[in-house]
Design a protein. Structure first.
Length: 66
């Protein structure tokens, strides 16, 4: 059996409201699973997730999980 590479994880916390934000930013936050300010999720640091985080970087904080 081949060993699978361990995928890096990131901890994403919502810090700002979506009121007045573009619709695609609100949709991206919802896709990440962030519904309320202060809510956090841990996700794999794959290209799709990193792209979503880049879209709403002004509304979230990101930390690497070790």
């Amino acid at each position: 059996m081949a060993k699978t590479a361990e995928v890096a994880k990131i901890h994403i916390t919502r810090t700002k409201s979506g009121i007045g934000a573009k619709q695609n930013h609100r949709d991206t936050l919802r896709s990440l699973g962030l519904h309320k300010i202060g809510q956090s999720v841990i996700r794999d640091a794959d290209p799709v997730t990193l792209g979503m985080v880049r879209t709403v970087a002004h509304m979230v904080t990101v930390e690497e999980v070790r």
